[in-house]
Design a protein around this ligand. Structure first.
Ligand SMILES: NC(=O)c1ccc[n+]([C@@H]2O[C@H](COP(=O)([O-])OP(=O)(O)OC[C@H]3O[C@@H](n4cnc5c(N)ncnc54)[C@H](O)[C@@H]3O)[C@@H](O)[C@H]2O)c1
Length: 250
């Protein structure tokens, strides 16, 4: 067990799977108490079991990031369970393909509700407790697709680009108030979400990765850990691309 997040209490949305699971495990390994918020109750409970079996502290709450009341309940439970809230990771997200001509209004609304409004609600619900705790940090998970375009992912691009600029706005809002806000832009990382992309998208992404490798969830978790820790105390409003060099070639 490390100590890089000793004394921290983190709420991680989408922590039952993929990048959220990796961040929950690593945060707990480094001394944080972790509240996993997700719709997937069984998977979330199994991540909690793994963390506790390894000697860490964690709990699960059912969280729907599209519902502000659900966020308020998750924040309250975190504080009731672990005494405070110092870190928020807005990680929950979905992907589905669809361009201007094929995306539906329902598809657009769902993408924006989860990927974009979910991040706003998370910051809104957590802010009072983060301000109270002081020395707090938010990590928002965007995507390389929040920075660059592709022909068949219009609502995903829109939602992830919004996360990028919301992070900068929130960083400025809280700069003098003890909350740092930073954004991570994953490239292509091996998680269940990759099952939702088309074979054409998959091939195009792979061809764009200079290192020639798909990333591992721990590659994202390591960057998130740094931004969440006091090692990053002078970093806010920043963008961290973890993408095998993909963005360098754009
Ligand atoms: N894996 C990649 O290549 C990649 C690349 C760029 C960005 N991302 C982003 O990383 C984040 C994590 O994705 P992942 O790859 O781990 O995918 P994943 O599908 O493994 O995990 C996403 C998690 O979010 C949860 N979730 C979905 N809707 C929710 C809701 N309404 N309320 C609460 N939880 C909800 C899911 O249940 C799931 O556990 C997402 O925001 C995704 O857009 C992933």
């Amino acid at each position: 067990m490390g100590q890089r997040l000793a004394g921290k209490v983190a709420l991680i949305s989408g922590g039952a799977s993929g990048l959220g699971e990796a961040q929950a495990i690593l945060y707990a390994q480094e001394g944080a108490c972790v509240m996993i918020g997700d719709l997937q109750e069984e998977l979330g409970a199994s991540v909690v079991e793994k963390i506790i079996a390894a000697g860490g502290q964690a709990a699960f709450t059912r969280l729907d990031v599209t519902d502000l009341a659900s966020w308020h309940a998750a924040v309250s439970l975190t504080v009731a369970t672990f005494g405070k809230l110092t870190n928020l990771v807005n990680n929950a997200g979905i992907f589905h393909p669809g361009g201007v001509q094929t995306e539906t209004t329902a598809g657009w609304d769902r993408m924006v509700a989860i990927n974009q409004t979910g991040v706003f609600y998370g910051m809104k619900a957590a802010a009072p407790e983060l301000l109270k705790a002081g020395n707090a940090a938010i990590v928002n998970i965007s995507s390389l697709y929040g920075l660059i375009g592709s022909p068949d992912a219009i609502s995903y691009h829109a939602s992830k680009a919004a996360v990028r600029v919301m992070g900068k706005g929130a960083a400025l809002e809280f700069a003098k108030q003890g909350i740092r806000v930073n954004t991570i832009f994953p490239g292509q990382i091996r998680t269940p979400i990759l099952g939702d992309i088309t074979p054409e998208q998959d091939a195009a992404i792979k061809a764009s990765i200079p290192m020639g490798l798909v990333g591992d969830p721990m590659d994202i978790a390591n960057g998130s850990l740094f931004l969440a820790s006091d090692e990053a105390r002078y970093i806010t409003g920043a963008e961290l691309w973890i993408d095998g060099g993909w963005y360098a070639g754009c």
